[in-house]
Design a protein around this ligand. Structure first.
Ligand SMILES: [Zn+2]
Ligand SMILES: [Zn+2]
Length: 373
């Protein structure tokens, strides 16, 4: 079908997104076509434009989190049917590989191909100007329709509104799971969270769900500090220095139990800052994406080892999409999970470059593209 999509023809050059006509193929084996209601605007797509995530091919149709309704199913699709409401997950889960069956589907083997530029079978479903277009994360949610692998969509309760549900395919579980699963926050813990944007705000929410006693958030943007209180932050501060003083006082000099890094772009110095705030035996979780080529980390290795701390990387909040996406959706329906409060502004697809400008300026917790059908 003919539709429109937001493409990058020269990734890594800060060119911005070109909204233009694209052609989307019908679903092939184990694929579905989804009519999208909304797509999140996330940093990972911006990293493609800035080059923090280098992409050796082009063009790419951006967008890796969305929600919509299945309009067509391909051959051998037994788990979904037309009319099902789905969240599109930025990492797929095949349910069969070793990591999937071990309950670690964020490490699914299919994930290796999310930036390869093709559907999983190595061909294109999207075309523009006579060329094959690669999708971001097998999805390409910067278009009102997408033909995607069935393993990259997760069915949710049809009563849940699709606009807020569009955020459950990337940033929400990434932040929430960083607290709940990766950091394994315990009741009564003192927690520090660096960065309270679209990911970090959900880490705050997860810390509150786990019963943390003190949730110290660090963010230089005043409105994000204010907003963090809504999600459960007990002590929002602007700088590392303020956080260090607070933690010193709160814990009698022992340090925080858990420190979670969810800043927009991770630089080397933040790991040592997190280390300094963490108590002996405590856990540091690194969730934020760093520039792919970054190697410089200054780190006090001696005291890190001697104090028995753990530095834990976390992809997708260490969640299992087929379990955690419906769980978060259901908790939202029950009034136990904040999604609407994350959305600062909605945009039309044509205004996508304005949406990314707002993201770069830190004006939004989350921006969302809404599609009219
Ligand atoms: Zn994302
Ligand atoms: Zn798998």
């Amino acid at each position: 079908m003919k539709t429109v999509g937001a493409l990058l023809w020269e990734p890594g050059t800060n060119s911005g997104w070109s909204v233009e006509e694209i052609e989307i193929d019908p679903p092939k084996r184990r694929e579905v076509t989804v009519q999208l209601a909304a797509s999140g605007i996330c940093h990972s797509d911006d990293h493609l434009d800035t080059g923090d995530i280098p992409l050796p091919w082009a063009p790419i149709l951006g967008g890796h989190e969305g929600a919509g309704v299945v309009t067509e199913v391909g051959p051998e699709v037994t788990d979904l049917q037309e009319g099902d409401h789905v969240v599109m997950s930025f990492l797929p889960s095949c349910g069969k590989c070793r990591m999937c069956v071990a309950g670690r589907s964020n490490m699914c083997e299919l994930g290796a191909g999310v930036l390869a530029g093709f559907a999983p079978d190595g061909t294109h479903r999207i075309h523009a100007r006579g060329k094959g277009v690669g999708p971001m994360s097998y999805l390409g949610t910067f278009a009102p329709y997408a033909t995607v692998p069935v393993d990259a969509v997760v069915k949710i309760d049809p009563e849940i509104p699709l606009m807020p549900a569009s955020l459950i395919g990337c940033g929400v579980p990434t932040g929430w799971g960083s607290s709940v699963y990766a950091a394994e926050i315990q009741l009564g813990d003192t927690v520090v969270i660096f960065g309270t944007g679209g990911v970090g705000m959900n880490a705050v929410q997860g810390a509150a769900h786990r019963g943390a006693k003190n949730i110290v958030t660090v963010d230089p943007v005043a409105f994000k500090r204010e907003k963090a209180k809504e999600f459960g932050a007990t002590h929002p501060v602007a700088s590392f220095e303020e956080a260090a003083q607070l933690i010193e006082r709160m814990t009698n000099g022992q340090g925080a139990d858990r420190v979670i890094i969810t800043v927009d772009v991770a630089r080397g110095d933040i790991v040592e800052q997190a280390n300094q705030l963490t108590r002996r035996g405590g856990v540091i979780v690194l969730t934020a994406a760093a520039p792919v080529m970054q190697r410089d980390v200054q780190f006090d290795l001696f005291s890190f080892a001697m104090s028995g701390k753990r530095l834990q990387g976390s992809l997708y909040g260490t969640t299992n999409s087929k379990n955690d996406i419906p769980l978060i959706a259901d908790m939202y329906k029950n009034g136990q999970f904040k999604l609407d409060e994350l959305i600062t502004k909605t945009y039309r697809l044509e205004d996508i470059n304005e949406a990314f400008a707002d993201l770069r300026e830190g004006r939004n917790i989350r921006g969302v593209i809404v599609y009219d059908h």
